[in-house]
Design a protein around this ligand. Structure first.
Ligand SMILES: [Zn+2]
Length: 190
């Protein structure tokens, strides 16, 4: 498991280092967690994954169903790879911002059409970015301009000017951080 203070980068593939450039079968950038196991033990990690947003068998209805029945906040539900596989903290934060949803809204209380729009948005971000080393939700690839909220704590929201906030979400050892704009993404009303 990675030390949280040192972002891990993983590149692996049988053709790495050959003439003509690398041909990776797996790439991970700034990973918060990384487990490496033998192929024979893969089931111990991936046997319980939800539908893969970039996989050939992507199933939007199943992903919506899994998230909808999750009793936790939507931010947690999106990051849980058992619900749907492929969303990390970057795309969870950017998708929630784009849809104007607080990460702390209970997933099960979101109208199905909003949940669906959120997951479609996240999938679109992943598809658009899968061929880029620099991940961007804004369409810009220059450093400091690639996200609306992720990594921008204390900076002004690009939409409304309110300082972007960051708070922990989830429970140890799966605790992560979530960036959000408290104005564009109003918190749940008690
Ligand atoms: Zn805002």
């Amino acid at each position: 498991m990675a030390d949280r203070t040192h972002p891990v980068e993983l590149h692996c593939g049988p053709d790495q280092g050959r003439a003509g450039g690398p041909d990776y079968t797996a790439v991970g950038l700034r990973l918060g967690m990384l487990d490496v196991v033998r192929s024979s033990e893969e089931h111990s990690l991936v046997g319980h994954l939800g539908p893969d947003l970039l996989g050939p068998d992507w199933d939007l209805n199943l992903a919506v169903h899994n998230v909808q029945r999750d009793p936790r906040p939507i931010g947690n539900a999106l990051l849980d790879q058992r619900n749907l596989a492929g969303i990390g903290t970057l795309w969870a934060a950017e998708s929630l911002f784009a849809e104007g949803l607080s990460p702390w809204l209970p997933a099960s209380e979101l109208p199905p059409e909003r949940l669906r729009a959120l997951i479609v948005r996240a999938q679109r971000f992943l598809v658009i970015n899968k061929a880029h080393a620099v991940q961007s939700s804004t369409g810009e690839r220059q450093a400091g301009r690639t996200s609306y909220v992720h990594g921008r704590a204390g900076l002004s929201c690009r939409r409304c000017g309110t300082p972007v906030r960051v708070e922990p979400i989830g429970e140890a050892p799966q605790q992560r951080v979530m960036f959000f704009c408290p104005t564009c993404q109003p918190p749940p009303t008690m």
